[in-house]
Write a protein that binds this ligand. Structure first.
Ligand code: COI
Length: 342
């Protein structure tokens, strides 16, 4: 591993890495070369590479879990690869060779299997990244690309662990606008979030609640997660309209809720509606979903004018977290075929 850890030390998120990585290269003339599992190492890049100047880069994040039965299983690998394929198209990149990538990710996990952590809430985070390498300063898609996959043994994404998050409702900065890149997993969206996240932290909040770019009233995302609101028995999540990341945990949560007979709606929901539900006592909870954070409850929303206390433990989020983590650990049936055993 690239940094030492001990059983007594929490893993945190993305601080340590395993020994190997997948590498593949693409050229416009030759197409994709082979996907190789190699020693994790630094690499050379032309100083004019398009990724450095115009940010042509796409990543994804999946997770593998070591079960009590000793099997290592990946959650929804095919859905992650399909999302990468759509993102590559949006960023004018060549389609990834999904079958070669799927095989090489499983080979990499097998190679570094000994680094899979066993603790509660721990997993192997799988981070593929595809980026333009051509040394050329004109503004157009790169004609050459590199694809890496690295692995990071991880624990809780949030330092506060599973404590309900306190969110700053961001009214100035926007994460994404209609017609932009919001639905692609590209670094630019995360870069756009940094200043607001810093301001939220300075005010004592954990994360940002993102509003839409036009009305600044519709809820969009929570930090790096998709957002769910439960009012009465109905669970609501904003629709995928191009500005929101199509989260795999979001889709899985919707599928599970609907399989349980819960009314789960994909529709716009405003901050005014949430405030009204808090005042009326009908708000049962707000939570975020994401690969890194899984299912994270929200305990407070703050603006310059008001603080809304959000109830916790009264909504579907504890049941969702339990169902998803049990499935990921191989402790429950997998009727949808979401788990791939390495
Ligand atoms: C994820 O949940 O997988 C993310 O990508 C969030 C963040 C680590 C970028």
């Amino acid at each position: 591993m690239t940094s030492p850890t001990t059983a007594a030390q929490p893993l945190g998120f993305g601080r340590i890495f395993t020994d190997h990585m997948v590498v593949a290269e693409y050229t416009a003339k030759g197409g994709w070369g082979p996907h190789r599992v190699a020693k994790r190492a630094d690499f050379q890049l032309d100083p004019a590479a398009s990724v450095l100047h115009y940010g042509q880069a796409l990543f994804d994040g999946a997770k593998a879990f070591l079960g009590h039965d000793g099997k290592l299983r990946v959650f929804r690998l095919d859905a992650h690869l399909a999302r990468m394929q759509r993102g590559a198209q949006r960023l004018c990149m060549p389609p990834v060779d999904a079958e070669a990538l799927r095989k090489s990710i499983l080979q990499l996990l097998d190679t570094d299997r000994a680094h899979a952590p066993t603790g509660e809430g721990q997993s192997v985070y799988i981070r593929p990244i595809l980026f333009g390498t051509e040394g050329f300063l004109g503004v157009r898609p790169s004609e050459s690309y590199t694809l890496f996959v690295i692995l990071s043994p991880v624990g809780n994404y949030y330092e506060a662990g599973t404590k309900p998050l306190r969110l700053w409702v961001e009214r100035e900065d926007v994460r994404a606008a209609p017609g932009g890149l919001g639905e692609a997993k590209t670094g630019a969206n995360y870069l756009a979030s940094l200043a607001a996240a810093q301001k939220a932290k300075a005010r004592g909040y954990d994360q940002v609640l993102w509003l839409d770019a036009i009305t600044r009233n519709k809820l969009e995302e929570v930090g790096t997660m998709n957002l769910f609101v439960q009012i009465g028995d109905t669970v609501i999540t904003p629709p995928l309209d191009g500005t929101i990341l199509p989260g795999i945990t979001r889709a899985s949560s919707l599928a599970l809720l609907r399989s349980w007979g819960v009314n789960a709606e994909e529709r716009a929901i405003t901050f005014d509606e949430v405030r009204g539900a808090v005042k009326a006592g009908t708000l049962r909870g707000i939570f975020g979903t994401g690969t890194a954070a899984v299912v994270a409850p929200v305990g407070e929303l703050g603006t310059a004018e008001e603080t809304l206390t959000i109830p916790t433990g009264q909504d579907v989020s504890p049941r969702l977290l339990d169902a998803i983590t049990r499935l990921q650990r191989g402790l429950s049936d997998d009727p949808n075929g979401w788990m791939t055993t390495v």
